[in-house]
Design a protein around this ligand. Structure first.
Ligand SMILES: Nc1nc2c(c(=O)[nH]1)N[C@H]1C(S)=C(S)[C@@H](COP(=O)(O)OP(=O)(O)OC[C@H]3O[C@@H](n4cnc5c(N)ncnc54)[C@H](O)[C@@H]3O)O[C@H]1N2
Ligand code: MOO
Length: 401
């Protein structure tokens, strides 16, 4: 059985980033991955401009009690005139600073009458001026290849005039659920059957990472049904996630089905709880990750082992999200022969380590623990953990993104 950290590294290293680049309109680029490093095409802001509604003045022209004639009303988008000595130009937030002006006086600190403005309180030299290039300098690196484009990155790229961006193709993911006991939600359910929750769950998890889930298939526990599903999935997808049927039972037929079509098993069983029977294989040049059927096991394996593999295939640079540390709040001690991942809720305060409270039922079939948990607490196999132990915390908002 493979050590957890080795397995995590092995899955990410088993695949490669894409070698194809395509162009995507910026307004559709949310969640896409940059395929080239991008640089600033212009200074931002492109010209000195006002941070306030007010008046542009030359600081040295101020004399207490003496109104300055208003030379021009210059709105955002207008070109200002050069400021004449001893005058003021009325301007607004975003108006360009006139040549010769060095300071903006907020309108609240002025009184305007008869086309002249009286300054009641003079700010410091240079006040309320946003200088050309103070935000971004032309030529500076904006984002490195491998960056996921979210609203913040899209804002910067739009401000730089990018209408389209070079991105990697969206990763095409296929999901295969297996098991004779499963029925599709909405279909009639026999007494011995359960609804298939792993299919919709894995599809949503994969989409949450920004991949395209092109197929969600179900196979019965027969070699024929599995072979037909693999035909479809390996034909249409870049990577296949199977779930169930990878343990040691008599109907655990997924691994044999992969081997029957000439595929190879690269890894089977990891020293982790839940998730032990996870397998990595490849067939027809495509990676296949076989997740254990228990819903919690599938969820935890997806977060901890599958996401680094998918991020690598997406061409992302953030393969392993950061982990935090937290303090366990528990009435019982945990000690296993496998690295254990508990579903916990984290509570943050300003000064201390986060407090991590485990869900009462940690069984790998307890689906209700999934929406409840904010993250996973890792209990080291070497030491175990108890009330007050400081353990590693995997925040799911990072690990599932
Ligand atoms: N004798 C042993 N038995 C088991 C071992 C073992 O080492 N020796 N490992 C256990 C562990 S750990 C896990 S995890 C499970 C994983 O087994 P499989 O991956 O073969 O999964 P299944 O047997 O097909 O299903 C397990 C469980 O999950 C339910 N399931 C499966 N698919 C779905 C789905 N799409 N939606 C909802 N629920 C699903 C299934 O009904 C079973 O209850 O094996 C242990 N056994
Ligand atoms: O992975 Mo299994 O869930 O350890 O129960």
């Amino acid at each position: 059985m493979l050590d957890f950290d080795q397995a995590q590294a092995q899955l990410a290293a088993a695949v490669t980033p894409p070698n194809i680049t395509e162009t995507c309109a910026l307004h559709e680029a949310e969640g896409r991955v940059l395929a080239q490093t991008l640089f600033a095409t212009l200074d931002l802001p492109p010209a000195d401009n006002s941070a306030m509604d007010g008046y542009a003045v030359r600081h040295a022209d101020y004399t207490s009690g003496k109104a300055l004639p208003v030379q021009q009303r210059c709105f955002a988008g207008d070109m200002p005139q050069p400021l004449l000595p001893g005058q003021a130009i009325r301007l607004f937030t975003g108006s360009l600073i006139p040549e010769g002006a060095d300071t903006v006086v907020m309108q609240e600190d002025t009184t305007e009458a008869d086309d002249a403005v009286l300054i009641n309180s003079l700010p410091q030299l240079g006040a309320h001026v946003r200088y050309r290039g103070e935000d971004v300098a032309a030529g500076a690196q904006l984002f490195a290849k491998g960056t996921v484009l979210r609203a913040a990155q899209i804002a910067v790229l739009a401000s730089q005039g990018y209408a389209e961006v070079p991105v990697y193709p969206r990763l095409r993911v296929g999901v295969l659920t297996t098991g004779d006991e499963l029925v599709t939600p909405g279909a009639p359910r026999g007494e011995s059957q359960i609804y298939n929750s792993n299919g919709p769950m894995l599809a949503a998890l994969a989409r949450g990472l920004g991949t395209q889930v092109v197929r969600v298939e179900h196979a019965m526990d027969t070699a024929e049904s599995l072979a037909a599903a693999f035909d479809t999935l390996l034909g249409d997808c870049d990577v296949v996630l199977t779930v169930g049927g990878v343990s040691v039972g008599e109907k655990d037929l997924v691994k044999p089905a992969i081997e029957a079509r000439g595929g190879q098993l690269d890894l089977w069983r990891v020293r982790m709880k839940p998730g032990k029977p996870v397998a990595l294989a490849h067939a027809e040049g495509k990676p296949i990750v076989c997740l254990p059927g228990n819903p919690v096991s599938a969820y935890v394996v997806f977060a901890m082992l599958v996401t680094p593999l998918l991020r690598t295939m997406q061409g992302r640079s953030d393969i392993l999200p950061p982990t935090l540390h937290g303090r366990l709040v528990t009435e019982r001690a945990f000690k296993e022969t496998r690295e254990e991942f508990l579903r916990v809720q984290a509570e943050f305060d300003a000064e201390n380590l986060p407090l991590l409270r485990p869900y009462a039922q940690q069984g790998s079939g307890v689906i209700s623990s999934l929406p409840w948990a904010t993250g996973l607490a890792r209990i080291p196999v070497a030491t175990g953990a108890e009330q007050g132990s400081v353990v590693r915390y995997y925040d799911l908002s990072h690990w599932l993104a």
